[in-house]
Ligand binder design. Structure first.
Ligand SMILES: NC(=O)c1ccc[n+]([C@@H]2O[C@H](COP(=O)([O-])OP(=O)(O)OC[C@H]3O[C@@H](n4cnc5c(N)ncnc54)[C@H](O)[C@@H]3O)[C@@H](O)[C@H]2O)c1
Length: 255
């Protein structure tokens, strides 16, 4: 049984994890951390506003809160020898360095996208890119709900970065084709964003060759896909030695 401290437990992701953990006999949330906690908070485990009040008898912290919370959580984790799944996004370069530093003392898992499906898509896209690089144009298309502020999505960029990593030739990202009138070059990765409705997250990687298309796609239908991935990462991390872990490490145990 993995004993979890849930940071950001009253938020959207925190609530999904709280609900899903009740159906998972291998996970128990021992307490939560949230700045909105008050005497009326009732989620089935104690919730604190202050990191110092957290239970120390825990295996893994899952953090879906805010980058501001990172430093305090890492101090708490390293002082008490507790692993951490860091799922919050928007960390600064400095904060990323702190995560790496903490991983010298405790196990740290980071993924900007906790969905197993998306991480598998990246892996498959890398394999496809290796095989198809010479003869195919690579385009990435994403769609999200109409409230999303940033474009393209961090996940579309993570897919592009993953592909770029394995290509032999240097490729450039091209976002806005309307701004230049010219033919497409092979050494480009086109990245396009659509916005509308309540779409949780659609990503498609298209490899376009002469007379054939290869398409890899992923659709997220609810936030539960990220919550499930984070719970799986917490169980994976429990009992590991100190180090920096990603979804690729989790896949390596399976593939
Ligand atoms: N890695 C992934 O796959 C993934 C998926 C979804 C969301 N996220 C990220 O997770 C984070 C949370 O997302 P959300 O949709 O649940 O947001 P949310 O705003 O619904 O919830 C965040 C919760 O954290 C709490 N919080 C914020 N700052 C805090 C602090 N300093 N101390 C204690 N509690 C604090 C808030 O009170 C809130 O309840 C965001 O950074 C989001 O981008 C990551």
């Amino acid at each position: 049984m993995t004993k979890v401290i849930l940071s950001g437990c009253l938020g959207r992701m925190g609530s999904a994890i709280t609900r899903l953990s009740k159906e998972d006999e291998n996970v128990k949330i021992v307490c939560g951390l949230d700045k909105f906690a008050d005497e009326n908070t009732n989620v089935g485990y104690p919730v604190y506003k202050d990191i110092d009040a957290l239970e120390k008898d825990a295996d893994v912290i899952i953090d879906f809160s805010h980058p501001d919370n990172l430093e305090g959580l890492l101090s708490f984790a390293t002082e008490n020898n507790i692993a951490i799944v860091s799922a919050t996004t928007g960390h600064t370069e400095e904060q990323r360095k702190l995560l790496k530093k903490a991983s010298e003392l405790v196990p740290v898992f980071f993924s900007a996208n906790m969905s197993l499906g998306i991480n598998l898509l990246i892996r498959l896209a890398k394999d496809a890119a290796r095989v198809l690089e010479e003869d195919f144009d690579i385009e990435i298309l994403e769609m999200h709900h109409n409230k999303k502020l940033d474009a393209p999505s961090g996940t579309a960029l993570a897919i592009a970065d993953g592909i770029k990593e394995v290509l032999k030739n240097e490729h450039e990202y091209v976002y806005e084709r309307q701004s230049v009138r010219r033919e497409r070059e092979r050494k480009e990765i086109g990245i396009s964003a659509l916005r509308g409705g309540t779409v949780v997250g659609e990503h498609e990687v298209i490899f376009a060759g002469d007379d054939e298309l290869v398409k890899l796609s992923h659709s997220a239908h609810s936030r539960d896909v990220f919550a499930k991935g984070a719970l799986r990462a917490a169980k994976f991390l429990d009992g590991k030695s100190a180090g920096f872990y990603t979804m690729d490490d989790m896949f390596a145990e399976i593939l």
